[in-house]
Design a protein. Sequence first.
Length: 470
Amino acid sequence: MDVLIVGAGPTGLALGIDLARRGVTALVVEKAAGLFPGSRGKGLQPRTREVFHDLGVIDAIQAAGGAYPVGMIWRDGERLGEYHMADPMEPDDSAPYASSWMVPQWRTQEILYARLTELGGRVEFGREVVDLVQDESGVRARCADGTELGARYAVAADGGRSAVRRALGVGMAGRMVDPRPMLVADVRITGLDRDNWHFFAAGEGPVSKDSVVLAACPLAGTEDFQVYADFPAGTEVDLSPDGVRKIVADRSHLAAEDVTEVRWASDFRPREALADRFRAGRVFLAGDAAHVHSPAGGQGLNTSVQDAYNLGWKLGAVLRGGADPALLDTYEEERRAVAAEMLGLSSGVHRGEVRRGAATSQLGLHYRESSLSRETRTDPAGPVLAGDRAPDATVAGGRLFDAFRGPHWTLLALDAEAPASLPEAVRVVRGPAHPAYGGGLFLVRPDGYVGWSGASGAAGPAEYLHRVGL
């Protein structure tokens, strides 16, 4: 086996999909008996929707979800007015998925799982990894049932309490963002419309973040509401169905019996944490095993999926393309810096210092400082540099995101002459200069970032292509 992936959350499933379409043999193991049942990470950011376009699940994601509804403030059973959670963002030719899209996490995982199995990937549920050792040739994972699994590489995608991270001895520094425990639950409610995200305020005077004592968001594509409530520090939150009903009744004009079903409930204390390393030998940390976010701003699941997207093509290049294994060092180089930035952003949203919208879309993230980004133009005139996200555009009558779709590389030759000789794994798209790029040569990585950029007539990125296994 090439890769053992520990954890069948969004991170592990997305990585499994990317490896499967590259012909890399991988196994996903999950200690739970099935997929995660709750709605917890319900917001998919625009950049994640672009990733899902490439992974072949965007149609199912679009059909399963919906746009976020406008907030509605309530007090004493009266509607006080609308509340807009995020700054509006309109799609355009370069960013067709401009806003957050609501899909309950359990449904996102179902879609990813279906795609993985369609590609021939495997998930073994009820398989808990409790220890892991490695040497220069591979890794061996010991399971709770006494069995062992061997692979050339392993990926810890087993959450914030990662057993693999602990087995590796990798530290994780963090802090509490908010000492107040929070309830999140998926419930069925009668007597509440599904056209708004409902916020219930207490007290008198102007409504503020601190005066909202309950929130109920209709979950797109379902009959459920996701309910949020926070409590004084030290409170033991009652997660029983009757306990959840009492919280709703005590903090809104709704009666306990209006909550007709409690489908899932959990509590947590918002914190942020970052692993000291994202790589230890042949083992990589991804998702919550590498970084833990406050849920505010919807960055955790999205950053995690993009960890997988960054790592997948690099593992494929080493395992199937003959790239130097040193390429795998760029995973930590690129993703740990992004995770640190997103942790600060999440906490800023939690404290009310950052508005949701352009700041949380993740469309502006880049790898310009990465050793894997080569800008060879002496005077680049366009808006896109090596290391930037490659925007969508209509070029020569076709959509670039469709040209990028798949495990290959893409060379854009925009008002520029492409090198005469390129590997078969590089797809060439020719066209005039475009406002989203300007003119020149842009070598787009399989994860949708510009790796190398050159001027017209450049001899070609031969050294760069060799480094990445082409």
